[in-house]
Design a binder for this molecule. Structure first.
Ligand code: SF4
Length: 310
């Protein structure tokens, strides 16, 4: 297998003809070589900032102000539009760097990778009309509901970590001393990050509200930050934030890796805890003919999360 260094050098090879407006391999420097670039661009005097008196926020402030190792903002797929409609991913990345983060990584990129895994899991496990999978690995409320109340259905959950955990672990693999901060609309993610078997991945979790409060306290206006129009994830990864997004992403991938599969993917979704329970009860009563069941704990999915801004 190629090392990250080899992949990096290949991306730099002129024969790939990658145009700078499509992809700048130096964007990877914040992950691969944090010492090489001006990644710690904190423009704020931390001692002068009055920030919300919450433990998570205080821990993040301490990390960006006092930690020598890189600190990464891992932004949830639901971020699009949260910090106003004119704040692009590029502006938000610059805003986090001004705060003192080494870089902003889109968790949607890891949703893209897990989509491929979910498609392969479907292809491996759905072999008869009676087989079915319970996705989505990204929602801790849905997974906890199944583990606690529908224990007989646990074998139908594919063995995947959430995109948040995959993102945190990848960063720690590349930069073992890095501090990882997940930022999203979800309270349940704060608990997920502390689960013993995955506690290695994410050091701190902030809500969008808390991140916005920090921007305000530090006098950083994301709307006025520098833009960068290059995408760091696909639209399929970003639609994980909406009910049905996982199903659509996996369907598209399955169509490409196994076109004309004898048993097609038949998806059904539930959002909100009441609907999720109703769906699982229907499964137990044999009323469901779908073979790919997607649950999201909040109405509409993560875009309806309790700590969203808009
Ligand atoms: S649907 Fe709600 S509970 Fe589930 S991951 Fe998204 S914000 Fe969190």
């Amino acid at each position: 297998m190629e090392s990250f260094q080899q992949i990096y050098e290949q991306l730099n090879a002129p024969q790939l003809h990658i145009r700078p407006h499509q992809f700048d391999f130096r964007d990877l420097d914040c992950l691969f070589f944090p010492e090489r670039r001006d990644t710690h661009r904190r423009l704020v005097d931390c001692d002068s900032v009055r920030y919300p008196d919450r433990a998570d926020v205080a821990n993040v402030i301490d990390a960006v102000c006092n930690h020598d190792a890189p600190v990464y903002a891992m932004i949830a797929p639901a971020f699009v539009g949260q910090f106003s409609s004119t704040v692009t991913p590029g502006k938000l990345r610059d805003a986090f760097k001004r705060m003192g983060f080494s870089g902003m990584i889109e968790v949607a990129l890891f949703a893209d990778i897990l989509t491929l895994k979910e498609a392969f899991e479907f292809d491996r496990h759905i072999l008869t009309e009676k087989d079915f999978l319970l996705t989505s690995c990204c929602c801790p409320l849905w997974i906890t509901l199944i583990r606690k109340r529908y224990i007989h259905l646990v074998p139908h959950i594919p063995p995947s970590v959430s995109p948040m955990v995959a993102c945190g672990r990848s960063i720690k693999k590349l930069s073992p001393t890095a501090v990882t901060v997940f930022i999203g609309p979800c309270i349940a993610k704060k608990m997920e990050a502390k689960e013993p078997d995955i506690a290695d991945a994410v050091d701190h979790v902030l809500s969008f509200e808390e991140a916005q409060a920090l921007f305000t306290a530090m006098g950083i206006d994301p709307e006025r930050c520098e833009d960068d129009l290059r995408d760091h994830s696909s639209s399929a990864g970003r639609i994980y934030a909406r009910t049905g997004g996982v199903s659509r992403a996996v369907q598209r991938t399955l169509d490409r890796i196994r076109p004309g599969r004898p048993i097609p993917l038949r998806a059904i979704q539930a959002d909100g805890m009441r609907e999720c329970k109703a769906l699982l009860n229907d499964v137990l009563e044999g009323k469901i003919t779908a073979n790919f069941l997607e649950g999201m704990g909040c109405p509409g999915g993560c875009v309806g999360g309790p700590r969203r801004i808009l």
